[in-house]
Write a protein that binds this ligand. Structure first.
Ligand SMILES: [Zn+2]
Length: 377
């Protein structure tokens, strides 16, 4: 089976630092054996997270890059960061998530989420996506941060569920929940009302949260399709399964694979084994099998290419400090043996670096995945 090879092309270093232009970048991407490319655009920029990004400057054109990639048979997905927008968090208090004790979420590291229940914010995002799709005519939409808030990068194997904060218990979320489910909560402090949602009404509350996220996806997909009628949607999903943290992916983050299946075509599972301190090949096998049993969406194993979260503030994660080409190859091999339809790799620049400035081993692992010879040498 020919697996899909997708990659995230975030940042503009390929342009500003490696001296490629839109055409030569597209040629390199084809040379590297890739099929799908997640791209960012300047109308709806991806906020800076852990990776600083220099803008490309004069001469660069988002549209030209898409055209060059399409001309070479590549499939492009426009990335949009739905509920991670620090500038929106800063300027709009009604979008700040509230925890079970009534406290407003505060930034941790680079991350701070947004409350996902605002119809006004959703309408703004939809309008922006329609504009981007009209301008750039990409083949699909990549929805990142499409979830209730949670910094899953700090969910380690020994993290207890009780230490994972749940959102959002703001007045709008509680009002919408009551209105849309018919359950009524007594008046009182947030702590008392959230306790009912997290205990007596746990299943209803989870179902409502997952429905909010699925509804957002449907709205954003509709906006994209007004400009590109056959566009499809790729979801930025989690590698954790139902058994992890007592189903926190659905209960805390509001992502339910079955609910996602009704509104999206493709799902990437973030299996960042060094970040999440997991045994890579085993995690790939287990997570893709669990997802496959629940959905007919395209399932992509999302892999990391470099070690990350090594700053002192993340030291409690006790992560290993290296990720070698051999580690990457072992995960790629596990994908070939798994029911996944392919991979989505963060990030393309690392392969380019491997080819141009490194020993080429990372790229060679990717190529042997593509041609199915991985592990045979
Ligand atoms: Zn809220």
């Amino acid at each position: 089976m020919n697996r899909i090879v997708g990659v995230k092309n975030y940042g503009f270093d390929w342009y500003t630092d490696y001296g490629l232009n839109e055409a030569s970048a597209a040629t390199a991407i084809v040379r590297h054996g890739l099929d799908w490319v997640v791209v960012q655009n300047q109308l709806d920029p991806i906020p800076t997270s852990a990776v600083a990004q220099r803008p490309p400057g004069q001469g660069y054109s988002d549209r030209r890059l898409r055209d060059e990639m399409r001309a070479r048979g590549l499939r492009t997905f426009e990335a949009t960061s739905v509920f991670f927008q620090p500038s929106v968090y800063a300027s709009r208090p009604d979008l700040r998530p509230v925890d079970a004790n009534g406290f407003v979420m505060e930034q941790y590291g680079w991350y701070v989420g947004l409350c996902p229940s605002s119809p006004a914010y959703l309408a703004e995002r939809a309008a922006l996506i329609e504009e981007v799709a009209g301008e750039l005519q990409s083949d699909g939409l990549f929805l990142s941060f499409i979830r209730f808030p949670g910094f899953w990068e700090m969910w380690m194997p020994d993290t207890p569920r009780s230490s994972i904060l749940e959102y959002c218990f703001c007045e709008r979320c509680l009002a919408r929940f009551q209105q849309e489910t018919g359950h009524s909560l007594p008046d009182g402090p947030t702590k008392m009302r959230s306790a009912i949602l997290q205990h007596e009404l746990r299943d209803e509350w989870t179902r409502w949260k997952c429905g909010v996220i699925a509804g957002v996806i449907a709205t954003l997909k509709g906006a994209m399709r007004r400009a590109v009628p056959d566009a499809d949607v790729l979801i930025n999903g989690l590698g954790f399964s139902r058994n992890d943290y007592d189903n926190a992916v659905a209960e805390v983050l509001g992502q339910d694979v079955e609910a996602l299946s009704a509104v999206a075509e493709h799902l990437e599972l973030m299996l960042y084994d060094q970040i999440s301190r997991r045994e890579g090949p085993q995690w790939v096998a287990e997570s893709t099998r669990a997802a496959r049993a629940r959905t007919s969406m395209t399932v992509l194993a999302s892999l990391q290419t470099k070690a990350d979260y090594l700053d002192p503030m993340y030291a409690s994660g006790r992560r290993r400090t290296t990720l070698t080409a051999e580690d990457h190859e072992a995960c790629l091999k596990a994908v070939l043996e798994s029911p996944a339809d392919g991979i989505m790799v963060y990030r393309w620049l690392d392969y380019l670096e491997s080819e141009v400035r490194g020993d080429g081993r990372l790229l060679s692992a990717l190529r042997s995945f593509k041609d199915g010879t991985i592990g045979a040498r």
